[in-house]
Design a protein around this ligand. Structure first.
Ligand SMILES: [Ca+2]
Length: 305
């Protein structure tokens, strides 16, 4: 079983991804680090710990990380996931502040990757890439022991979701993304080109057997499904992060192609845009096709274990 560290900004779809990863029993989640994105890093850690509490997996460590991007900007405030990131679900779960190891994410990434250097560690990153970039800056030698970084981020052939050019996670810290892309780590990018094609709807959620879990998934996704209906006329919601986790569990869900990537940085209007460059060797694979039916199958298999 692969050793995995998840790096998240929990968020509705991060929460679904965490639930899938842990319940699948097909990957070994060593720990979860959080970063500012959908909400602040500390709030994301509290949300993550609450999800773990719900799953009765309180032994998995949660560590909050950077509250700002590599340029030092506060990057929260999308409000897409409600004020607390989970639309108030699990609001009655009390989490002690000392349970979230505040500010220790980067240190944890370095320590844990080195502790597991014989087996290697896979990273699943469904948030801005600030924590990994800071870890690589502080300890560049860790890159030799990262088996793969599976990243939800970017848009290649399709428009972005925060600007016409950029996807949220990359846009919020393109300097971090650029550092990660140029690190030499084996990377798979699960981009909007495929995540825009997978919709989770109420029929899928109704197939969750465990009543408590069905209730939790409904309560976090229902406001989202309503927003998608009002804004885009879609019956259901996009599941960027769960699709990324599903790919870590079953590699046949997404087809990729190897390519080089340039990221637009700084204050350019195209900030956060991915530009594909087919020139020479690369260790980056970018998603090109997705099997949405297989995703649904894996999603339900994980949740119904
Ligand atoms: Ca996320």
């Amino acid at each position: 079983m692969k050793n995995v560290i998840m790096d998240v900004d929990t968020g509705v779809d991060d929460a679904l991804g965490i639930i899938m990863a842990i319940k699948s029993r097909k990957i070994n989640v060593l720990g979860i680090t959080t970063v500012a994105g959908n909400v602040g890093a500390k709030q994301a850690a509290i949300n993550t710990k609450k999800v773990l509490y719900f799953l009765n997996e309180m032994n998995i460590p949660v560590l909050s990380g950077s509250e700002t991007s590599c340029r030092g900007e506060y990057i929260t405030g999308s409000n897409m996931h409600g004020i607390d990131g989970l639309f108030g679900a699990l609001r009655d779960v009390e989490i002690e502040t000392n349970e979230i190891h505040e500010g220790r994410a980067v240190e944890y990434l370095i320590e844990t990757i080195m502790e597991n250097k014989d087996k290697g560690t896979t990273l699943i990153l469904t948030a801005p890439l600030t924590n990994l970039a800071l870890a690589l800056k502080r300890a560049p030698y860790i890159k030799g022991f990262i088996e793969e970084a599976i990243i939800m981020g970017g848009a290649v052939e399709c428009p972005g979701n925060i600007t016409p050019y950029a996807e949220f996670n990359i846009y919020k810290d393109p300097e971090a993304a650029d550092l990660v892309m140029n690190s030499g780590i084996r990377i798979t990018m699960v981009t909007l080109d495929v995540t825009n094609k997978v919709i989770l709807n109420r029929n899928h959620i109704n197939k969750i057997i465990n009543t408590n879990l069905k209730e939790l998934v409904s309560s976090i996704t229902e406001p989202w499904i309503n927003r998608y209906k009002n804004k885009y006329g879609i019956e259901g919601c996009l599941v960027h992060d769960p699709l990324t986790v599903a790919y870590a569990i079953d590699r046949t869900i997404i087809k990729t192609r190897r390519t080089n990537i340039d990221i637009v940085k700084g204050d350019a209007i195209q900030r956060g845009k991915l530009e594909r460059k087919d020139d020479g060797p690369s260790c980056i694979n970018v998603s090109i096709e997705v099997d949405d039916v297989k995703f649904e199958k894996v999603f339900l298999e994980c949740l119904n274990i």
